[in-house]
Design a protein. Structure first.
Length: 369
């Protein structure tokens, strides 16, 4: 969203600059330029050639106006437009009265520069500078090659070049600076957002760690403290069973933050891994497709597996069957009699059956409820 806003702001700024440059170029090239041209049209060797050059500049400005209305840029056609501007400049100088370069009769000297700048306003500064240099070079070559140049003519050309080339160059510099400021502002904003995201991630990570410690402190921490102070014996089967249950719960807790396609199966595999490490052969069978249950629901569904596998002697089978209306997690193992866990989430029910050393336990969840 922020990148989109920056692009919109940058586009609006560029659009405004293009409008301002077009207005300035139109006022100078078509306004003052036409006035100078018409007032001295008869003094030119070929008035029609001068009118053709004037029409070429007007066509380029009309093209810029059309692109502005359509909200588009010049693209590759900009170089054709620049070629038209330089060609119009050269064409005008071929029929300019001798010795009149950079005078009031030389209307195109102060007109073509603004027209070309309009086309190159969104390009790097060096591109606009090269164009203005080429435009001045066309006038200088006409002065040197086609006329009997004097020191006064060169001085007049140098004086006129200060404003003819300097003012458009100043506008190009302003456009370049504004473009650089826009880019720097966008970069700074992205950096600020990156830092904010990093801080938010760090805060969320810390919150999750504290939440994990709180969840483990009720059962795991007392067990570890009992083993540490000697009040609980590692050889006691009850203690071993409690350790297996807490180990499975911890692995499940760590797996809850993983980004996977099926979090229920992912957490079940982590719970089963504890039994696998004890040498219990566990089969996992999943059938159907079901919506991803919330974390609290997944804990209730997997708790039955955790409790049964903690005392499984040699074998167990875990089955997951699901649909859009019902998700069932069942486990059968040679675990003997076990305590049936009480679910804390509404909509989750647990059932158990014992047959000698074999126990079957099933947890069901109805998403609709």
């Amino acid at each position: 969203m922020s990148d989109t806003a920056e692009e919109v702001t940058r586009a609006q700024l560029g659009h405004g600059l293009r409008i301002a440059a077009l207005l300035v170029a139109t006022a100078i090239a078509l306004g003052l330029g036409s006035a100078n041209l018409l007032s001295r049209l008869d003094s030119h060797v070929s008035p029609s050639t001068q009118l053709i050059a004037f029409a070429a500049l007007a066509a380029v400005l009309a093209g810029e106006a059309t692109l502005l209305v359509l909200g588009r840029a010049w693209g590759r056609s900009r170089w054709l437009a620049i070629a038209v501007v330089l060609a119009a400049s050269a064409l005008s100088y071929t029929t300019l009265p001798e010795g009149r370069t950079s005078t009031s009769a030389d209307w195109i000297f102060g007109a073509a520069n603004w027209v070309g700048l309009v086309v190159l306003l969104d390009r790097p500064l060096r591109t606009a500078a090269l164009f203005l240099l080429a435009h001045g070079l066309v006038a200088l070559l006409n002065l040197i090659l086609l006329t009997d140049v004097s020191r006064a003519d060169l001085a007049r050309f140098a004086t006129g070049s200060v404003s003819v080339l300097g003012f458009p160059l100043c506008l190009a510099v302003v456009a370049s600076v504004l473009g650089g400021l826009s880019t720097a502002a966008a970069t700074s904003r992205r950096e600020i957002e990156r830092v904010r995201v990093a801080e938010a991630v760090a805060a969320e990570t810390h919150r999750r760690r504290r939440q994990r410690f709180t969840e483990l402190s009720a059962t795991t921490v007392p067990l570890l403290e009992g083993l540490a102070d000697g009040s609980l014996r590692p050889g006691d089967p009850v203690v071993q069973r409690s350790c297996a249950i807490e180990a499975a719960r911890m692995r499940r807790l760590f797996a809850e933050t993983d980004t996977v396609a099926n979090p229920l199966l992912h957490e079940l595999r982590h719970c089963i891994d504890v039994a696998d490490r004890k040498g219990v052969v566990v089969e996992l069978d999943a059938r159907g497709r079901w919506p991803a249950p919330p974390v609290a629901v997944r804990r209730d569904l997997t708790e039955a597996v955790v409790v049964v596998l903690a005392t499984a002697a040699s074998r167990a089978r875990v089955t997951v069957v699901g649909s859009a209306d019902l998700v069932s997690v069942s486990v059968v193992a040679d675990s003997g009699e076990v305590d049936v866990p009480t679910p804390v989430t509404p909509g989750v029910g647990v059932e158990a059956l014992n047959n000698g050393n074999t126990v079957w336990m099933e947890a069901q969840w109805q998403p609709a409820s």
